[in-house]
Design a protein around this ligand. Structure first.
Ligand code: HAM
Length: 432
């Protein structure tokens, strides 16, 4: 009989951590812990949660992220069904902007500060830290053109990693100016690189025609050398864009957030203008980006919105956060264990345990028992595996007495507790 395996580039999240190759896949309770910390950090930064569907119209992503980006041209899981074109979302900024516009969230008043955590899909070549289904958490601040919104976005991103005690992340920032500045720079870059076209890699040659700014991301040594003398984006942005950039840098300094300016930083999505940034960590290896983002005032108009809608945000890979936490041997809290494990001897006891465990659970107590009708020895092995601080063995005598011996596992101490008082007794854990 054949069995099935997970699709390459995806992974299961199980009750226990396990490894695929040399990558540790965190346990479900570790995911839950990280998500709880994220919610806490987001809430104290006065962000509200938004959840959008996994499926979006393909056109939204094509127009939002940009036709010539790698994401849209090569990496979309897209399909057509009865004339409708669907895509599994490769990112969440365009979907959040769609939802904002569709539901007129500006009518809530003020600036909308939103966060999300959820799966994204990109048909990339899987490798360490790079998956086809991965998870992003992120922030979108919509409705503010003030540089404080850019700085607050970055500060929130940094606060997340601080909350986990992660140090050693490097923040790189740049300004992309307005679209017309970028267009002028693009032309200058193409003019500069065209005489060297034959020396460029196949990818860069293709990008020279489709998306020349992405050539700045090249890792090819001689291309990097060539770019040293290339025109820079900074030379093409105007005074207003520079003033915005300066203000963001001043604000970051006022918060003691260290950054490096990187005039080559362009990001792989088309919707950015002005501030762009990336957070990297060496512990991650080749896929070094923990998070990235920037300002995207032009996205809403690109999606058909009448007039500008200033916005900025960041998104981060959950899997990369886990990799970074592994590198610092992050101490996850232990998963919750049952408060009590009941072992039963005989059919009457089984029936009583089944009902009592149910009643205790209704009263909010995490209670466990065996569902296999096994020997007492096997039940006690199960009790040990589940690591409950209390165990109770129920047999004919206990049923006759209406009282149970509750064993505190840490000390071996036994206490007689009448059935009527069990819930009360079990509602607190043993004294440490
Ligand atoms: P991005 O740089 O494409 O930006 O993705 C953000 C983060 O998602 C990356 O830094 C990385 O940690 C993670 N990531 C991306 N692709 C993968 C993958 N295949 N496997 C694992 N992790 C991955 C965006 O998506 C923008 N929407 C960010 C943004 C929000 N800009 C403004 N607001």
């Amino acid at each position: 009989m054949s069995t099935f395996q997970h699709i390459k580039g995806t992974f299961d999240i199980l009750p226990d951590a396990y490894t695929i190759g040399d990558t540790r896949i965190a346990a479900s309770h570790e995911w839950r812990h990280v998500e709880t910390v994220l919610h806490e950090v987001m809430t104290r930064h006065n962000l509200e949660e938004i959840r959008t569907p996994m499926l979006e119209p393909t056109e939204l992503v094509a127009r939002g992220v940009g036709e010539h980006t790698d994401i849209v041209s090569k990496e979309m899981f897209a399909f057509e069904r009865r004339g409708t074109h669907y895509v599994l979302r490769p990112e969440i900024t365009a979907p959040v902007t769609r939802a904002f516009l569709e539901h007129h969230l500006e009518q809530r008043g003020g600036v909308q500060k939103l966060f999300y955590i959820g799966p994204c899909f990109r048909a990339e070549q899987p490798q360490k830290g790079r998956y086809r289904q991965f998870h992003q958490f992120g922030v979108e601040i919509i409705g503010a053109s003030d540089p404080r919104a850019d700085a607050e976005t970055i500060a929130t991103m940094i606060a997340v990693y601080r909350a986990f005690g992660l140090t050693g992340a490097r923040l790189r920032i740049n300004t992309l100016g307005e679209p017309e500045h970028r267009a002028a720079f693009r032309d200058a870059l193409v003019d500069y690189l065209t005489p060297y076209k034959d020396e460029l890699s196949e990818t860069s040659q293709r990008r020279l025609d489709t998306n020349p700014l992405r050539i700045l991301d090249t890792k090819v040594e001689h291309e990097r050398a060539l770019l040293n003398d290339a025109p820079t984006l900074l030379d093409h942005v105007d005074a207003e864009a520079l003033a915005h950039y300066d203000a963001v840098k001043q604000l970051l300094k006022s918060l003691d957030i260290a950054f490096e300016e990187d005039p080559m930083l362009v990001r792989g999505l088309d919707y950015y203008s002005h501030t762009a940034f990336e957070l990297e960590h060496d512990a991650l290896g080749a896929q070094s980006a923990l998070a990235g983002g920037g300002r995207y005032d032009g996205l809403a108009p690109a999606l058909g919105h009448d007039g500008p809608l200033p916005a900025c945000g960041f998104a981060a890979g959950m899997e990369r956060l886990f990799l970074a936490l592994d590198a610092i041997d992050y101490d996850y809290p232990a998963p919750e264990t049952p408060r009590v494990f009941f072992a039963a001897l005989g059919e009457d006891a089984e029936a009583w345990v089944f009902k009592t465990v149910h009643d205790l659970r209704q009263q909010g107590i995490h209670a466990a028992h065996d569902l296999k009708g096994r020997s007492l020895k096997a039940q006690m092995r199960e009790a040990n595996r589940q690591d409950a601080p209390y165990t109770v063995i129920i047999g004919g005598n206990e049923l006759a007495d209406g009282s149970a011996q509750v064993k505190t596992m840490a000390t071996g101490e036994q206490t007689a507790v009448s059935f009527d008082d069990l819930a009360d007794y079990l509602s607190t854990p043993p004294a440490a």
